[in-house]
Design a protein around this ligand. Sequence first.
Ligand code: FAD
Length: 288
Amino acid sequence: MIPGSFSYHRPSSVQEAVGLLAKLGDDGRALAGGHSLIPMMKLRLASPANLVDLAGIADLKGIRSDGNDIVIGAMTTQHDLIGSDLLAAKIPILRETSLQVADPQVRYVGTLGGNVANGDPGNDMPAVMLCLDATYHVIGKGGERRVPAREFYQGAYFTALEAGELLTAVRIPVPPAGHGSAYEKLKRKIGDYATAAAAVVLTVSAGKVATCSIGLTNVAETPLWAEEAAKILTGSTLDAATVKKAVAAAEAITAPASDARGPAHYRTKMAGVMLTRALGRAKAKARG
Ligand SMILES: Cc1cc2nc3c(=O)[nH]c(=O)nc-3n(C[C@H](O)[C@H](O)[C@H](O)COP(=O)(O)OP(=O)(O)OC[C@H]3O[C@@H](n4cnc5c(N)ncnc54)[C@H](O)[C@@H]3O)c2cc1C
């Protein structure tokens, strides 16, 4: 289908973009890679009168270290994440997850900022950001603020972003050296959104789990941070009985829709299977 007509704006600075979005109000919408927004516009599920393209803003691109954090510009593409030596060394779950997002064509233009700001529970990056305890840098006409990813998602396509606000960057604390991580995603075919997926980051000390964090994708209206499940696993050797208890705790917080990817009960169970696999692989990679 063909989208409704719109005006196109291409600012060259964050300030210019924020000014435009403030002026346009509800009639304006940020455009990043366009791989969620344009399909929505073609289906007439979104009809913004103005698109504010962020592609010309150099400040929104790049991956850098800042103390113990890594800061990734909102317009950094999934392809850039996959190619980053810094991320491969410090936060390898980002490369692993990016490789499971869509297909190479989408990953060349789809951005991290668009993926996390979109609010679609099917996007893979938000659950990973909850797992990593990331913080989002947000700017609007009222100035800058920082929002923990764990407080950002409020419902399907509802986030803490106020009208006219831009996400400029994602800040991620680097997990301890020797940590293990994994992102396990069940999909019907290459390039599909998750039926269910689980992100795990853990550390091990003397054979026992010292710290653990878990995120779940596409099994509720928002990405989920499975805090109780992670607590159950902490201090354990990931023995079968404890994993079973933790999986039950994770499954208990899911509320997936029944859709073309399967009935709700199946998707909840698949979240448990993905979590079990991710835990096993993360522990195998951890040193300690
Ligand atoms: C065939 C296909 C398969 C896909 N499969 C997957 C998949 O398996 N997993 C997955 O995670 N995704 C998948 N996607 C979605 C893809 O990853 C998108 O690129 C991503 O969801 C949005 O990023 P974008 O840069 O394209 O954002 P856009 O589509 O440009 O924007 C998405 C939304 O975020 C807003 N936005 C964008 N950037 C900002 C910003 N900096 N500040 C504030 N608001 C902003 C826009 O206004 C819009 O509402 C798929 C897409 C396609 C077309």
